[in-house]
Write a protein that binds this ligand. Structure first.
Ligand code: SF4
Length: 1529
């Protein structure tokens, strides 16, 4: 960009560009993170284009743009980067200057550049500049677009050269009318900045960390001038200013310079720059020398000239104005056009370009000798001294000049326009030329047509989540004093939103209520009501006036009695009826208070001891940078308040625990004294997606940066600890506080489980120690071994690279090599130059990136400048997929990490052991093809290629081995549950727990962060219940809700297999959770694992009796096919002392009559559909049963399908989804037996060697349907009957109320993606719990993850409808697309997820809804599904349109599925991101709307329109894929 021509149209653009090119870091001050400033939009644009900084140390570096809110102490962000040797500039408006004055003083001796657009817009107030004129900075001014660019550049050059801070200020509107200019070229910028000086600064970072330390920064130029002896700054002292000015100016109305000669100090150097007692090493004259040097150079390069003071006018002028204001050209034009009679004809204008240091001598040099009178015009609206600051400057400078200026008169410059300038000038000059001119005249308008204020105040939208909770908890009782929405008559929004104002108004409100209570008391005894009734009610109310709940209850009665009475005193009381309720008084503050606790509203509140509540929202995201910036680290408000002793304190985070926020606010309200509720809501910008906030919150809470806790000093009286910890880890400072107070000991006594984790302080050094330990342990192991050393490092996400590395290690050892195998991230990089032979095996992640555990090492190596690998021999093998990224331009990502690493190691002088090896998933044997060529070369290079007697390699342990040796699924699960040293269980037992319905997972949102902190992943368990047919009683619902709250993560998932799933159950709570599920008369046995899973059944509410009949078969089949092992009961339902608790279905033997000891080759799924609804997706299961109704209305039997299945692997054409094929009809009473026989054929014929080929669908396809059928019939001893006719018309749920044939009512409600949780906007979980408490029928979970409130009698309808409405559960006003959508869990808990799903699909749909609306498709049902990986839990392959995760943020898109779930879809696009998804979808939707035929479904249309080919069988799923064909062309 700097090399190409850039057109610049505004001064802010010019300045932003120069700041960008000349800085390492730009602090961009914004009105809010959601709204750009005039600078920030340009800065972001440059950063987006990856334009490079011209001062960066490396050639490809782009400057860091830090966006900071204007009211968030922006200059604080300067300290850390500038101290580390980075060039920092700030772009801002003038409103931040005065509040930042303390920082300005401290930054004055650092080469920071602050570009200031003066405000308010239209008529800027220069007092923002004059009031900080003595802060020790250099001030430069520009007045036009061209000047803005040149002076901005001069400012940077000057800062670098002088080592001192430079403020460049300008009125943005003064350059706005100019024609556009050309951006300064890179060469000009480089030359003026002088890169030698830049490097000198960057290479000498400044020590010291406290912002209160004196940095003693000196100029970076080598030839240091001698420090000048400066007089101690008289002009810095306002009082002293007065002293200088007053005697001269008050004694008479004009000042004659001849009268000022009594001072003997020559005015050559102003004292104004100096503010510290120690004189800086750079004098004002030095600054002048540097800046004129810079301008001379600029003039040579671009031909424009600049001076410390700019003179315009004839050299013979007698009168002049000294202008300190924005519109110089307005005045100069008017003077130039003056007629001979005008009083200002022939006058000159002088303006200060270099405002500070103030160089009086230069002013005198610039003024023509002919000048006799000077009118000083200052555009300063806030005057703090009697005489204008510029007037004083001019006076002190020219007062001693001999024979020159006679009169100096000050004016206050108001708003002048083209029309009024002549008149203003006439006034100025008429007064000036009087014999006794009047001082301090005002010229121009005082009232200015103002555009909007610089920074309008608005409440960040996201903060609403907390204020909504206040509403929800306290309703109309909640009173937020400084709410932006409140009506504060006559008080500006800016003021009314401040905490001070809010606190004051809260106190006033309290007082008013006290007064009111006194009035009521009086009225209760002496009131002149019509009857005595109100008095009694009032007396009752007075007794409980201070009790929120009781007074609220009494209030209703009082109000109604008063209303009936309607007497004058009654009316008077009713006027203030709001006070009958005891309000919950809240003040909302921000984390900005944390920087200066002593002066903040917080301190006021605490010190007052008043019963008010503070909600302080902290929006600073937890991130490494924030944590590392010592200056940005705020003081801990919670600790401060707890130390105060009299306050209730809670630390909460709505995105971590919703119930804890509720609890904290409720306790705060009840606490009689100040309460502080800290609420975490991290965001970088206001359009931040909830996903990012969620992830950021989780990191902060998990790591202990933002612990969740509550502190109630009242508890002590009850003998309970004051402190309760609601999250797991706390930070050092809090721990120290609690230790000191003995609170931690008390708490741990009460909750012993906290003990272990609280000891783990976080810190990256732990990680370094771990690495060292691991490496040393290996070295010890190798001691005494002979042979060449070989270090093998792997980077692996999926496990393949790791497995290869380990196998290579074993083979190396067998060849006598001293072999170490480690993950790249565990390797101490500093050892790299000492290696003799090193091998890297890595897979390719994301867009050609290193896997997570390879990245840290790569980042260190690639940024290193001093690695010397001259004595290191190395080789790299990389695993990738040459077809992973379909577009040609993306092919570079194929095996990119390996290629990069190989190149970089060579650059550092390493030599090849064997050339780079590339494994490609597309080769016949996948990556093995490339690997088997590469490995022999390695052995050859190491001289061990021909070794005799190599031992056989042990075969890898397979799932089959695990099953055999598990002792009927016991393994050592029971023992591992007792191990509290880790939250995990071993890999072996992980496989087995699946059979018991639980998987170990880890929270992927916090995985990297925990790794960096040296902590093990946040392990927890997912538990899946067995709930055949998805029918649950209301009691069970409440029990499930309790489990989620007390043992899980406060949410439940209704799954696509019609059951409850809990997430986030930690190991210690796993057994209690299993027991609680059992107490609810459910179990989890065989909900996962290589067995028959939960049997599904269409929930079908319209035919209740028939449903009951069919549903009974799902239970029967499920129970018939349950594993018989007693391991489940032993492990989970037995107390730790071995005694059994409750056992549901007490099986006694360890013999598996159906499964045998190796169970099934893979999972096995059965579903039952009740036509015409195919809501269970009957074609997607190993066995699909289609219920056939007899003529008598009863169940006749089932058509039995086999071999449906969803799982597939991306790019592996040997895997595919498949739909079930019909074996025939089975009579009802034989169904479980037929299912058993199908399962047995699979047990004996399924592929147990290759898990990717082990599902029944492959067995059926390999054997053919006919052979498979005959094998089943053989075992069963009878033939299948011919299939009966049936008809499906949809596979989505039918929402809303229906009445069945028995007169009972059923309501299908929409639960987006099956997630049951509460949010600030939607209390769904609470609502369902309340419903469950009164509901007499049942709940049915649907296969589309929704919920049916089933069997509601007419007499209960009203109650339930009311509850549904109260909790907004009756809302079905969603688009047809949303109602027909479904997503799997994916991130953060599913270990297989490659991309988001449940958290993202709703967002994607929202982005499509406007397009649906436009095309009239809002009501149309289009089946859209999403999963995070091709395992396909939400049955994506049967959807009309599906997105399956490929990499984070990238999806494969499929089209053409059948609306009834009868036809598979086909790949349409690979690895597309949101932009492309939206573009494609919008195009398709609008075409579909226009082209569809009557009743034609979206999936069918895509085929008819030729957009996709139909998949007629899973075996042709990969055929005719659009992108493949394109490639072949
Ligand atoms: S489809 Fe994949 S990502 Fe989604 S829940 Fe299933 S296994 Fe996890």
């Amino acid at each position: 960009m700097a090399g190409t021509l850039t057109t610049i149209t505004t001064p802010e653009q010019a300045v932003a560009r120069i700041a960008y090119l000349s800085s390492d870091v730009v602090i961009s001050v914004q009105p809010s993170l959601a709204s750009d400033s005039e600078f920030s939009s340009h800065l972001k644009q440059l950063a987006k284009q990856k334009e490079q900084s011209l001062v960066a140390k490396t050639s490809d570096a782009v400057p860091e743009i830090q966006s900071v809110r204007h009211n968030n102490d922006p200059l604080l962000s300067v300290f850390t980067p500038i101290r580390s040797g980075q060039l920092v500039s700030v772009t801002t408006t003038s409103s931040i200057l005065l509040p930042s004055v303390a920082h300005l003083y401290m930054l004055a001796d650092l080469p920071v550049v602050v570009h200031v657009a003066l405000g308010p817009k239209g008529f800027p107030d220069y007092s923002a500049i004059t009031s900080i004129r003595n802060s020790g900075w250099t001030f430069l001014q520009s007045w036009s677009l061209q000047e803005a660019q040149d002076i901005a550049l001069s400012a940077h050059a000057l800062a670098i050269r002088s080592g001192k801070g430079v403020i460049h200020f300008f009125d943005p509107s003064s350059g706005a009318v100019a024609e556009s200019i050309e951006g300064a070229s890179a060469d000009v910028v480089r030359a003026v900045l002088n890169l030698d000086n830049v490097r000198r600064f960057q290479s000498a970072p400044i020590s010291g960390s406290g912002i209160y330390a004196d940095d003693g920064r000196v100029a970076v130029v080598s030839e240091q001038p001698e420090p000048l002896a400066l007089s101690s700054g008289a002009a810095t002292d306002p009082a002293a200013e007065g002293e200088v000015a007053s005697p001269l100016l008050t004694s008479q109305s004009s000042v004659k310079s001849s009268q000022q000669s009594e001072t003997s100090t020559p005015p050559s150097v102003s004292t104004a720059t100096t503010i510290e007692s120690a004189a800086p090493l750079v004098s004002s004259e030095d600054i002048y020398k540097y800046v004129t040097g810079i301008w001379a150079q600029l003039s040579q390069l671009v031909g424009r000239q600049y001076n410390a003071f700019e003179w315009t006018g004839p050299e013979s002028a007698e009168n002049t104005i000294f202008l300190f204001g924005s519109d110089v050209s307005l005045f100069s034009d008017a003077i130039a056009k003056a007629q001979s009679g005008d009083s200002f004809a022939g006058a000159g204008i002088i303006t200060p370009r270099l405002y500070r240091p103030w160089l009086g001598a230069k002013l005198i040099d610039t003024l023509p000798k002919s000048v006799k009178r000077v009118a000083v015009l200052e555009q300063v609206s806030r005057k703090t001294t009697k005489w204008g600051p510029v007037l004083i400057d001019v006076l002190t400078s020219v007062k001693s000049a001999v024979g020159g200026v006679e009169t100096i008169v000050g004016y206050q410059l108001g708003y002048i326009t083209k029309d009024s300038v002549k008149q203003a000038l006439s006034g100025v000059f008429q007064n000036l030329t009087l014999e006794k001119p009047v001082q301090n005249l005002e010229v121009g308008e005082r009232e200015v047509p103002q555009e909007t204020s610089e920074y309008d105040i608005s409440k960040p939208k996201l903060e609403l989540s907390y204020t909504k909770i206040l509403d929800q908890l306290f309703g109309s009782r909640a009173f937020v004093a400084n709410s932006l929405d409140s009506d504060n008559a006559g008080v500006s929004r800016t003021i009314s939103a401040t905490p001070e104002y809010g606190f004051g108004s809260l106190l006033a409100r309290k007082e008013r209520r006290q007064k009111f209570v006194a009035e009521v008391k009086e009225a209760a005894s002496n009131g002149r009501f019509l009857t005595e009734v109100p008095k009694r009610a009032l007396a009752k109310w007075v007794a409980s006036a201070e009790d929120a709940k009781k007074s609220e209850e009494a209030a209703e009665e009082v109000v109604s009695k008063l209303a009936i009475d309607n007497s004058t005193p009654a009316k008077a009381l009713l006027k203030n009826k709001a006070f009958f309720r005891k309000q919950s008084l809240w003040l909302v503050g921000s984390d900005a208070w944390a920087y200066d606790l002593g002066n903040s509203g917080l301190h006021q509140v605490l010190a007052s001891g008043e019963n008010v509540n503070l909600l302080i929202i902290d929006s600073t995201p937890y991130s490494e940078r924030a944590a590392a910036d010592a200056n940005r680290r705020k003081k801990d408000i919670g600790l401060y308040a707890m130390n105060f002793g009299n306050a209730y304190v809670a630390s909460t985070a709505v995105y971590s625990s919703y119930t804890q926020v509720l609890q904290a606010m409720d306790e705060a309200d009840k606490f009689n004294g100040p309460s502080i509720v800290l609420a975490y809501l991290p965001y970088f910008g206001e359009h931040e997606s909830p996903l990012t906030i969620l992830a950021e919150t989780k990191k902060a809470v998990d790591i202990g940066y933002w612990p969740l806790y509550r502190w109630n000093p009242e508890n002590e009286k009850k003998g309970e600890p004051n402190f309760s910890l609601d999250s797991e880890r706390i930070k050092k400072e809090l721990k120290a506080f609690l230790d000191r107070d003995n609170q931690l000991t008390q708490m741990m006594r009460k909750d012993p489980q906290f003990g272990a984790v609280l000891d783990q302080d976080f810190g990256t050094e732990i990680r370094a120690q771990q690495k060292r330990k691991a490496k040393d342990a290996y070295n010890q192991l190798l001691e005494g071994l002979f042979g060449a050393p070989l270090t093998i490092l792997f980077g692996s996400d999926g496990g393949n690279a790791q497995a290869l590395a380990k196998r290579l290690g074993t083979r190396g050892r067998a060849r006598g090599l001293k072999t170490i195998v480690m993950a790249m991230e565990d390797y101490p990089v500093e050892d790299l130059p000492t290696e003799e032979n090193i091998v890297f095996i890595t897979s390719t992640a994301g867009q050609g990136e290193f896997p997570v555990n390879g990245k840290p090492l790569w980042d260190t190596i690639k940024d290193s400048t001093e690695l010397d690998l001259a004595s290191v021999k190395y080789s790299v093998f990389c695993l990738g997929d040459s077809h992973y990224w379909p577009r040609k331009e993306d092919r570079v990502y194929y095996n990119k990490p390996g290629k990069d690493l190989d190149r970089v190691l060579a650059n550092f002088g390493g030599s090849h052991l064997a050339p780079l090896g590339l494994g490609d998933d597309q080769d016949p044997d996948g990556y093995q093809t490339g690997y088997s060529e590469w490995e022999p070369k390695l052995w050859e290079a190491l001289g061990v290629s021909k070794v005799d007697g190599l031992p056989d390699e042990p075969p890898p342990i397979t799932n089959e081995d695990i099953k055999i040796s598990s002792n009927f699924l016991r393994g050592t699960i029971a023992e591992e549950l007792l191990d509290t040293s880790t939250g995990a269980i071993s890999a072996f037992n992980q496989q087995l727990t699946k059979f018991h319905g639980t998987y170990m997972q880890d929270d992927r949102d916090v995985r990297d962060e925990r790794k960096a902190q040296g902590l093990e992943p946040a392990y927890s368990f997912m538990i899946r219940c067995r709930l055949p047919g998805g029918v649950s009683t209301p009691k069970q619902w409440v029990q499930m809700d309790d489990i989620a709250n007390e043992l899980g993560n406060e949410t439940m998932k209704l799954t696509t297999r019609q059951t409850f799933q809990f997430h986030g159950v930690v190991k210690a709570k796993l057994k209690p959770a299993m027991q609680a599920i059992n107490r609810a008369l459910m179990d989890t046995l065989a909900a996962c694992g290589d067995v028959n899973r939960n049997v599904m059944c269409s929930p079908h509410p319209s035919q209740s009796a028939y449903h009951r009949e069919v549903y009974s078969w799902s239970k029967k089949i499920s129970e018939h096919l349950l594993p018989a092992t007693t391991a489940y009961h032993e492990i989970w339902l037995t107390d730790y002392d071995g005694k059994k608790t409750q056992v549901a279905g007490d099986a006694v033997q360890d013999f598996e009559p159906i499964y045998g000891s190796t169970y099934l080759p893979r999972k096995f799924k059965i579903s039952i559909a009740i036509p015409p609804h195919n809501d269970v997706d009957v074609y997607a299961h190993d066995i699909g049963l289609i219920a056939i109704k007899g003529n008598d209305g009863h169940l006749l039997g089932f058509n039995l399908l086999v071999g449906g299945g969803m799982g597939a692997t991306h790019n592996n054409k040997k895997t595919y989804p498949q739909t079930g094929r019909t074996l025939g009809f089975v009579k009802a009473d034989q169904t479980h037996i037929a299912c058993e026989k199908v399962m047995l054929v699979q047990r004996d014929h399924g592929d147990r060697k290759n898990r990717k080929h082990a599902r029944l669908k492959y067995t059926v396809d390999d054997l053919t349907v006919d052979v498979f059928r005959s094998k089943v019939e053989e075992l069963w001893g009878q033939p299948f009957l011919p299939a009966k006719p049936f008809h499906f018309d949809s596979n989505v749920d039918t929402f809303g109320w229906i009445k069945d044939e028995t007169g009972m009512n059923h309501f299908t409600m929409f639960i987006e993606n099956g997630r049951i949780e509460d949010t600030a906007d939607f209390q769904m979980k609470t609502g369902l719990r309340e419903i469950a408490k009164v509901h007499k029928g049942e709940f049915r979970l649907t296969p589309n993850q929704h919920l049916i409130l089933s069997n509601v009698a007419d007499e209960d309808l009203d109650t339930l409808k009311k509850l549904l409405a109260q909790y907004k559960l009756d809302n079905l006003h969603f688009s047809g697309l949303r109602l027909s959508s479904s997503a799997c869990v994916a991130f953060p808990t599913c270990g297989l997820a490659m991309a988001e799903s449940e958290r993202y699909l709703p967002v994607l749909i929202s982005k499509l809804e406007a397009c649906l609306e436009e095309n009239g498709l809002r009501q149309d049902s289009i089946i859209m599904r999403m999963t995070g990986c091709p395992n396909g839990c939400a049955r994506p392959w049967l959807a009309e349109v599906a997105f399956v995760g490929k990499a984070y943020g990238a999806y494969n898109m499929y089209l053409g599925g059948g609306y009834h779930g009868q036809r598979l879809n086909k790949l349409y696009r690979s690895s597309i991101k949101e932009d492309e998804i939206l573009e494609i979808m919008k195009g398709l939707l609008s075409r579909y709307a226009k082209e569809r035929e009557q009743g034609e479904r979206f999936g069918d249309w895509t085929i008819r329109a030729g957009i996709i080919k139909a998949t007629t069988d899973g075996r042709n799923f990969h055929e005719g894929v659009v992108e493949d064909e394109e490639e072949e062309e």
